[in-house]
Design a protein around this ligand. Structure first.
Ligand code: SF4
Length: 637
């Protein structure tokens, strides 16, 4: 019997209704470990070049990892992969909560869906038994309602539900997959793929906790982690104030994207801060399975124009950034209402908020008028207009809602007239609320990341910059061979190495489905040394930091090979035009921009570190070094 996993993966063919169990050897688990590496392994092998992301031939791969469900902080996360309907490239998204651990307890290490059902169905996995059920009675209902109905119908109160909301049923492109009615696999349109398969939900319940190799070592590490929380300022504040704790520091540094990324400071940032939330609408803190950091927020608003039901949790920093400062909105109740609408209907708050901010800029610049908005005065700062447009998007109604439900990149093509100048997308995916103008290695990673701009795919520059990074963080980075902290806003050779190695580490974490506030190369609760100890304690494998970095590089190579086969090359590894123009506004980042030459040089160095061609395509040699020489047959001729 293996430690940490079951050795069983479910295969569900939604066209035929056939369910099978696949087994894989230990070497497979040690090579890929779970999450995005395992998901992409199947996508690359089984989804043919040019497949329609919304057709039966696309796979939807749902994977926790070999450590999910162990009793320690930061392991209860789950990854979804499919070919993305937003980009046509690989899609990838993670979420936390109690669903991921419960999925493991239900008896499997992952589930892969193929085909398309004729009618709406949901899958239950209860103590090792998987069954498909009719879901026609659940369509059109809000996520909170479906969560509750499915618990009554099957599995009981302790069952966990992962579902698509009504927005995905209607075809909103940036639909996500929701668990607990407030945790989202939000990015890259994975909810729309699930809807295309007419799969409404997955319900899990079980008692089959995988065996742990060294329970005492795991318990000791968990105890140490709880003791370290108060001594690590970043982790302490993310627990105390949630991810919204970074609103004010970002504003001070001039990196709080404001007015659709035209400025880096929002004059009313205080009004949408974590401190403001704690002092006004916070009801309680929430957590994911076994996590002592407890960063999740639950807010409640009982009266007024914007009531908030606590079952939908509370807004994260990214949601506050996109619906708040991006849109110039300074009312936390309005931002919370936007969060609630997104969770109820099941859409990604980053893509949705950023798409509305894009439309606001188009309106302010006269690219669209009240003719296109249906009479809505879509100025920056108009909260009610923002909520009206948001409601149109999630219900795919109204002239504006139907267009914006396709995301900003497609809307820009429809509107023309220079609307693309207002875009903040990479590979058609809206950019999160961390400004690469001031974090230059992030500019590189936004561009090269296989599934579009992502703020959680590498360590941010400040952790490796002189005068900013603490001794603890620099000491941790040194264990990965990063020993020369750099000047702020640099993007030279050493920064590119930092980007490459820290992306590999984060990529490993997205294969092991680890929370990036708990494990990481620098600022989190546990650094690389403790990450190794945790994986050893759970699996019994004698892993090293180097082996873990190779898992991350392997995932990136698999994803880039998938993309290369679809025709993605260097031309797609680029940034929004806006990032190369000086920022407006006031504060420390006013007037700065990413330099084009510096960026192109960094791309060359990055490709070189991977051993790829100068077009950004993996070579057979690079795949061989990564232990996946089999993948070379999928490279373009
Ligand atoms: S730090 Fe927050 S998001 Fe991460 S596992 Fe803990 S509660 Fe969940």
């Amino acid at each position: 019997m293996p430690y940490g996993y079951h050795g069983k993966i479910l295969r569900v063919d939604l066209s035929s209704g056939n369910i099978e169990v696949e087994t894989q050897p230990e070497s497979f688990y040690r090579t890929y470990m779970g999450g995005g590496a395992m998901g992409t392994y199947y996508l690359l092998r089984e989804v043919k070049k040019g497949a329609d992301p919304l057709g039966p031939e696309n796979l939807l791969a749902v994977f926790p990892s070999v450590v999910t469900g162990a009793t320690i902080a930061g392991q209860s996360r789950i990854n979804v992969n499919a070919k993305s309907p937003m980009s046509g490239a690989i899609g990838d998204s993670q979420a936390g909560g109690f669903f991921p651990a419960e999925f493991k307890f239900a008896g499997f290490d992952g589930v892969i869906f193929r085909g398309q059902s004729k009618k709406w169905v949901y899958l239950s996995i209860i103590d090792g038994k998987a069954e498909l059920h009719n879901a026609s009675h659940l369509t059109g209902k809000l996520t909170g309602e479906v969560d509750s109905l499915l618990k009554q119908e099957i599995g009981g109160e302790k069952a966990q539900v992962m579902q698509i909301g009504p927005a995905a049923e209607k075809g909103v492109r940036f639909s996500g997959i929701v668990n607990m009615a407030n945790r989202l696999n939000g990015r890259t349109g994975m909810g729309l793929v699930m809807a295309s398969k007419k799969l409404k939900a997955i319900v899990v319940r079980g008692h089959g906790k995988p065996k742990i190799a060294d329970p005492k070592a795991l318990a000791d590490l968990n105890k140490i982690g709880a003791q370290w929380i108060p001594t690590n300022p970043n982790v302490e504040s993310v627990g105390r104030l949630g991810t919204a704790s970074v609103v004010l520091p970002q504003n001070t540094f001039g990196t709080l994207p404001t007015h659709n990324y035209n400025e880096g400071q929002f004059v009313r940032a205080e009004s949408i801060s974590g401190e403001k939330m704690a002092a006004t609408i916070l009801k309680t803190r929430d957590t994911c399975y076994a996590c002592t950091v407890r960063c999740k927020r639950v807010v409640e608003i009982k009266e007024g124009k914007y009531p908030f039901d606590p079952i939908y949790g509370g807004p994260e920093y990214e949601t506050i950034g996109t619906f708040g400062s991006y849109c110039g909105i300074d009312d936390l109740a309005v931002v919370s209402m936007a969060h609630q609408i997104c969770d109820m209907h099941g859409v990604d708050t980053i893509s949705c908020g950023a798409t509305i901010a894009f439309a606001m800029e188009c309106y302010e610049r006269g690219i669209i008028t009240k003719e296109e908005t249906g009479g809505i005065d879509l100025r920056f700062g108009n909260g009610d207009a923002m909520l009206e447009v948001l409601t149109q998007i999630v219900t795919k109604s109204g002239k504006l809602g139907v267009i914006l439900a396709e995301g900003s990149a497609r809307a820009a093509m429809i509107w023309g007239k220079g609307a693309d100048e207002c875009l903040i997308t990479c590979k058609n995916e809206e950019v999160p609320a961390h400004m690469p103008q001031a974090k230059r290695s992030l500019a590189l990673i936004y561009a090269v990341n296989p599934f579009g701009a992502d703020h959680q795919s590498s360590e941010h520059d400040w952790m490796y910059e002189k005068g900013i990074a603490s001794e603890l963080y620099l000491g941790r980075l040194a264990t990965m061979g990063l020993t020369e902290p750099q000047e702020p806003m640099s993007l030279g050779e050493e920064k590119v190495k930092f980007a490459y190695l820290s992306q590999a580490f984060y990529s490993m974490m997205d294969s092991l489905d680890l929370c990036q506030f708990v494990y990481g190369p620098a600022w989190c609760l546990f650094g690389p040394v403790e990450t190794v100890s945790m994986i050893k304690a759970v699996t019994g494998w004698d892993v090293t930091i180097e082996e873990l970095i190779q898992v991350g590089i392997r995932r990136i190579n698999l994803m880039r090979t998938f993309n290369a086969r679809e025709g993605f090359t260097r031309k797609d590894d680029t940034l929004p035009k806006k990032f190369f123009k000086p920022l407006g506004g006031t504060g420390p980042t006013s007037g700065i921009a990413v330099g084009k030459e510096e960026f192109e040089a960094a791309l060359n160095m990055y490709y070189g570190l991977h051993g790829w061609t100068n077009k950004g395509v993996p070579t057979p040699d690079a795949l061989k070094k990564s232990g996946i020489d089999w993948a070379a047959e999928y490279l373009p001729a």
